[in-house]
Design a protein. Structure first.
Length: 410
């Protein structure tokens, strides 16, 4: 059975801390967070760290903070080793030279290993540990038709001998083509249900969970992207994967004698950005996290990320609180909408493919890279800044966009 390949990461005193954390209800977590937000020094520490207004501690202090944060995560949360970690951190020398600085690096989270990789593998390390601990035998979740989250959840469920039920929403009534992530879901054996237009996936998920329970099964319901708490995920476990991702990135950058001034990512359901924001504040190394929206308005995403980040800090026992003003999001690169390819995105995909030999996707990383390139060209960064772009995956969607991409490729 493949699940034998999964192991808990070694940790000290894990069991007692895990029990302690799990006994805290989400309602209590939220009220603790609200209490924290009125404490001035807590707010100050979060704001200054995310805005980079503090003087930077030396590398030794950052390493100590990183070790302490890592121990904090390990002592509170179970984690599987689904993701292949650490993922490489590479220089983008050609792009850096073409744009004339800043120094651009790329963190290859497209190489996390789970069914073509992507950011969801880090999230699933924590989420599937929770599902397993709760005795789940079927995972129920939902998202858009070409969801990377659903594909990687289907793969994780397959590894662990669980079933996956995926509720997929379409954006219009055009014929459904089984390619890209949809094809992979089928190969992975997931039960993918394409919902009629206008159906509420949450209602359907709850109804299916009831049916599964009545049939004697143990469902684990988790919301889109594994970012927000709710249903069977009582703690922000997806974001936890990106708390540890920033620690990993800092450690790798340190070996290169660099400290990231900025980390740039595509942002959607907010868990990735929230985890990074919490780690950046805890490390106090002045790293700013820039989310490039692929769909929502900057205001809505800031609110969502601040909420998840505050819950994450709270779940870790960190005395930090975040407000939307602490979160950096650009929504200037969405174009005509989520998943709608545009010329800057296709240009960014082509440029990074031909300059660096790295494939970006048309929905998330291509759009985010078009944002990063524009921010460099419009002088947002200093030439001596160190900027890490996290490649969050999504590459199977390239094959869904084949014809459209070809219209732009020169
Ligand atoms: C490839 C890719 N990058 C980035 C994101 C955004 O991550 P988050 O939902 O945590 O904001 C997603 C979400 O589905 C994704 O599939």
């Amino acid at each position: 059975m493949c699940s034998a390949a999964l192991q808990f990461a070694p940790k000290e005193g894990m069991m007692s801390s895990v029990r302690l954390t799990r006994s805290r209800s989400p309602a209590r977590a939220r009220s603790m967070c609200a209490a924290a937000s009125v404490s001035t020094f807590l707010i100050l520490s979060a704001c200054t760290a995310t805005r980079g207004e503090t003087s930077r501690p030396g590398p030794a202090a950052t390493s100590r903070a990183a070790r302490s944060l890592e121990r904090r995560v390990e002592s509170r949360f179970d984690r599987l080793t689904i993701a292949h970690l650490p993922t490489p951190l590479e220089e983008m020398e050609v792009l850096t030279a073409e744009l004339g600085g800043p120094r651009l690096l790329i963190k290859r989270d497209d190489q996390t290993g789970l069914a073509f990789g992507g950011n969801k593998a880090r999230k699933l390390d924590y989420i599937m540990a929770d599902a397993q601990a709760k005795g789940a035998d079927v995972i129920i979740t939902w998202a858009g038709l070409q969801s990377n989250w659903c594909r990687q959840t289907a793969a994780a469920a397959a590894m662990m001998g669980m079933r996956a039920i995926l509720l997929l929403s379409r954006r219009d009534d055009s014929p459904v083509v089984i390619d890209g992530n949809l094809l992979l879901n089928a190969i992975l054996g997931a039960e993918a249900r394409i919902l009629p237009l206008g159906t509420d996936p949450v209602e359907v998920a709850q109804q299916i969970a009831e049916e599964e329970r009545a049939a004697g099964n143990t469902p684990y319901v988790v919301g889109v992207g594994g970012s927000s708490t709710g249903f069977d995920m009582e703690e922000p476990l997806g974001a936890m994967g990106y708390v540890t991702a920033l620690i990993e990135t800092h450690n790798q950058a340190e070996v290169r004698g660099a400290v990231p001034d900025y980390v740039v990512i595509p942002t959607g359901s907010g868990g990735t950005q929230a985890g990074l924001v919490v780690a950046a504040a805890a490390l106090r190394a002045g790293t700013k996290i820039i989310g490039i929206s692929v769909s929502g308005s900057a205001d809505a995403i800031r609110r969502n990320v601040a909420r998840i980040a505050s819950e994450t800090a709270d779940a870790l026992g960190l005395r930090l609180s975040f407000s939307p003003e602490d979160i950096i999001v650009f929504d200037d690169y969405v174009g005509e909408g989520y998943g709608i390819l545009n010329a800057p995105t296709a240009d960014a995909i082509q440029r990074v493919a031909r300059g660096e030999g790295i494939l970006l996707d048309p929905v998330y990383t291509g759009k985010a890279m078009s944002g990063l390139i524009d921010l460099v060209e419009t002088g947002y960064f200093d030439p001596d800044d160190v900027v890490v772009f996290i490649h969050t995956g999504g590459t199977p969607a390239i094959f869904h966009y084949g014809d459209e991409l070809l219209r732009y490729i020169r």
